[in-house]
Ligand binder design. Structure first.
Ligand SMILES: NC(=O)c1ccc[n+]([C@@H]2O[C@H](COP(=O)([O-])OP(=O)(O)OC[C@H]3O[C@@H](n4cnc5c(N)ncnc54)[C@H](OP(=O)(O)O)[C@@H]3O)[C@@H](O)[C@H]2O)c1
Length: 306
């Protein structure tokens, strides 16, 4: 009988072999193979697509080569890099974001998002107008800002008074400027991402019995990594050409969500502040109804296990 360590080494061996691209496979790029980009790359490989994936760091190229057919260095702040390889592709996922290693300021958001998207638009200009393209851009529900906890859908006003949200809103507009008969553009506005390695429920639980130095009266929104991967695949399969909130069903305040998690775990409640400690606040009951209406279902509708 084959033992699992043998299977693991067999998988490693197969991963190194030249992979056949399925006849149904497309040529797709993931711009920014970070937490989400990597997970999408794994799913797209399973679907048999030929993949390009980008990183800003040379030392990540070997690791990326395990996930995509063509790893590429792309850094929107470095004009020596380019996105010319995207010109003839069938699909592009825009999933780059300022590096987590440093405190991102507004100019970093501008350079990363606006600079990077401009480089993408420049490359797409050289594209044959007859070739169809599906573009999916990962944006953030942060763009809604502080709506006093009001029910919020894709048509709600964006908080462009905050400079970071203004950048995110302008990035969405820029990406949508390439929309045409042949180019479909889907914007997915994500909630705060959690999943393996980003254990937000665990982090909230670790506050049990103590004081959280954040405003617990605000309503944030959340999305599990697996549902992002499924949402991106859904957008590609359905050739979506519109803006959708990709958030789970939870519309609790930070305090309410932590209370529910602590109660379920039998732990003492955590106490949150009731004043803002940051100038960029998301406080909106963000609806996922538009995506559900077209048939999307969530694997993780809530952070609280049922
Ligand atoms: N994190 C959240 O809770 C959250 C919430 C809402 C929306 N989003 C959006 O979801 C998307 C994916 O987020 P994530 O958590 O997967 O991000 P992540 O793990 O931080 O990955 C970001 C990727 O962008 C690349 N990158 C960084 N600076 C760049 C630059 N100047 N030019 C080009 N590429 C650059 C990084 O390169 P390296 O490989 O070199 O690191 C990395 O591959 C982003 O668009 C983000 O704005 C995230």
């Amino acid at each position: 009988m084959t033992s699992s360590p043998d299977l693991a080494s067999l998988y490693q061996l197969l991963a190194k072999e030249q992979r056949p691209i399925l006849p149904s496979g497309e040529q797709r790029a993931i711009l920014g193979c970070g937490y989400v980009g990597e997970a999408v790359a794994k799913a797209w490989r399973q679907e048999g697509h030929q993949l390009w994936g980008t990183t800003t760091r040379r030392e990540r190229l070997a690791e990326l080569a395990e996930l995509v057919d063509t790893p590429v260095i792309f850094d929107s702040t470095d004009s020596r890099t380019s996105l010319s390889f995207t010109e003839g592709l069938d699909g592009i996922l825009v999933s780059f974001a300022p590096s987590k290693s440093s405190q991102a300021d507004v100019s970093q958001y501008q350079e990363t998002f606006l600079g990077g998207i401009q480089m993408l638009l420049d490359s797409l200009e050289h594209r044959s107008s007859k070739t169809p393209l599906q573009l999916v851009h990962l944006s953030s529900c942060g763009v809604y800002g502080n709506r006093g906890g009001a029910l919020t859908n894709e048509g709600s006003q964006l908080d462009i008074l905050h400079p970071v949200n203004d950048v995110l809103a302008r990035a969405e507009e820029m990406v949508q400027s390439v929309r045409s008969d042949k180019v479909k553009v889907c914007i997915l506005r994500l909630g705060g991402i959690y999943g393996p390695g980003r254990d937000i429920p665990g982090m909230l639980l670790s506050a049990a019995g103590s004081l959280v130095q954040r405003n617990g009266q605000n309503v944030p929104c959340w999305i599990h990594l697996d549902d992002i991967v499924r949402g991106v695949s859904f957008a590609f399969k359905r050739n979506l050409n519109d803006t959708y909130n990709l958030v789970n069903d939870t519309q609790d305040t930070g305090q309410e969500l932590t209370d529910r998690l602590c109660e379920q775990a039998g732990l003492p409640l955590a106490k949150w502040l009731s004043v803002d400690t940051t100038d960029r606040v998301l406080n909106a009951r963000v609806s996922n109804e538009k995506l559900k209406q077209i048939g999307f279902t969530f694997t993780y509708p809530s952070m609280i296990s049922q």
